[in-house]
Design a protein around this ligand. Structure first.
Ligand code: SF4
Ligand code: SF4
Length: 377
């Protein structure tokens, strides 16, 4: 009996050199600690550490978005057939309603209380803007799933053509202005609304199910939508970060706010060997190699310049020009700001929508009626 048991244990965990050996380090506490330190960017080569930590954070949030999408699809499907009670609706989908979020914020300021239509949209808007104020446009390069997609397409472009194309300055500069124009258009439209007009929009049938409308836009993508997305994808393969660089008004707003952030990339001219590698990898095409520090609204805090720099300490991320921020500390700061804000909103009761399941169910079944069109159209 003992012998049989022993034989069984041996077959599960054979001696060193057996084909189970690759699994053994996973059982070792020291190896787990080392793997954790590697994953968190505490050990390994400087460049790899930065890419690895950022990719880990980006992938985590992208997976979170996929989970939100699946849960929201279950909710919408059940609501469409009138199945009550509905599966839980994930309020996080309101991250895709930044305009509704800004309107909710303005209404909060006017009324003194946060309306319950899309409170998560407002809270996420506040959290992301606060992140830009503290830790630059880090939302774009560390959290936003569109940012990850954009970077992946640019990488595919480099594989295909050996490089990404950089439009001439005379075309690049006016194109970059487009996102600020779009931002101005949205801000002007929202800030020129009277209190009553704002209320009327927030409570409109369109806005009450704006999350479902947004989902349906992608589900029912017509030929025009497909062409637009296809062109954007091809552009992003050819020109790194085309959407973020030229068209995203949210990124434009975060960029302007981030100019007040105390966190910046600093270059130590004494250590710098003028290799120009930082200029080459910067997706925002900033002249890192010739500046003492990067204050531009276009800097996303991606740290690719620091990752690529061959000289230790030639480029550093610093807060208030004084305190050096290591990679794990910066990643932790970003996570703390985002997840701390999210937890605070949940605990403070500023997260769940006040729209009942029965209202959602009724409205989703009527969503193609004319009264659910955009109030401004
Ligand atoms: S300057 Fe550095 S941190 Fe800023 S966008 Fe360029 S590569 Fe990223
Ligand atoms: S990569 Fe580093 S050493 Fe090279 S130019 Fe930039 S800061 Fe200087």
């Amino acid at each position: 009996m003992n012998g049989a048991g022993h034989a069984k244990r041996e077959s599960a965990f054979p001696r060193r050199g057996g084909h189970w050996q690759p699994l053994l380090p996973a059982l070792d506490a020291g190896a787990i600690t080392r793997a954790g330190a590697w994953l968190l960017g505490i050990t390994g080569r400087k460049g790899d550490r930065i890419y690895r930590v950022r990719l880990l954070v980006q992938a985590g949030f992208a997976l979170g978005c996929v989970a939100l999408g699946i849960q929201f699809a279950r909710f919408t499907r059940a609501a469409a057939v009138g199945d009550l009670p509905l599966p839980a609706r994930p309020p996080g989908v309101e991250a895709f309603l930044p305009i509704s979020g800004l309107m909710g914020l303005l209404d909060w300021i006017y009324q003194g209380t946060l309306n319950r239509v899309h409170p998560a949209a407002t809270m996420l808007f506040v959290i992301v803007v606060a992140m830009a104020l503290v830790a630059r446009k880090s939302f774009c390069s560390w959290i936003c799933p569109v940012g990850l997609l954009s970077e992946s397409l640019a990488r595919a472009g480099r594989r295909l053509f050996g490089r990404n194309f950089r439009p001439w300055k005379w075309i690049d500069v006016p194109l970059r202005g487009l996102k600020y124009l779009l931002l101005f258009f949205f801000l002007q439209a929202i800030f020129s609304m009277s209190d009553a007009a704002l209320q009327s929009f927030i409570q409109s049938p369109y806005n009450r199910v704006a999350d479902v409308k947004m989902g349906l836009f992608f589900v029912r993508l017509g030929p025009v939508g497909m062409w637009v997305l296809g062109i954007l994808a091809v552009l992003s393969i050819l020109v790194a970060g085309a959407w973020c660089r030229y068209l995203c008004p949210y990124g434009a707003l975060l960029g302007i706010v981030s100019m007040f952030s105390p966190v910046k990339v600093h270059r130590n001219a004494d250590a710098c060997v003028d290799c120009g590698l930082c200029d080459k990898v910067c997706m925002a095409r900033l002249p890192v190699a010739s500046r003492a520090r990067i204050s531009s609204a276009e800097c996303t805090g991606c740290l690719d310049c620091i990752a690529t720099c061959p000289v230790d300490d030639a480029l550093e991320l610093k807060a208030a020009r004084r305190w050096r921020l290591g990679i794990p500390a910066y990643a932790l700061l970003i996570l703390l700001l985002f997840l701390g804000g999210y937890s605070g909103a949940r605990l403070g009761g500023l997260w769940q929508s006040g729209i009942s399941d029965s209202e959602y169910s009724q409205r989703i079944r009527q969503i193609d009626r004319p009264e659910y069109g955009h109030p401004g159209s």
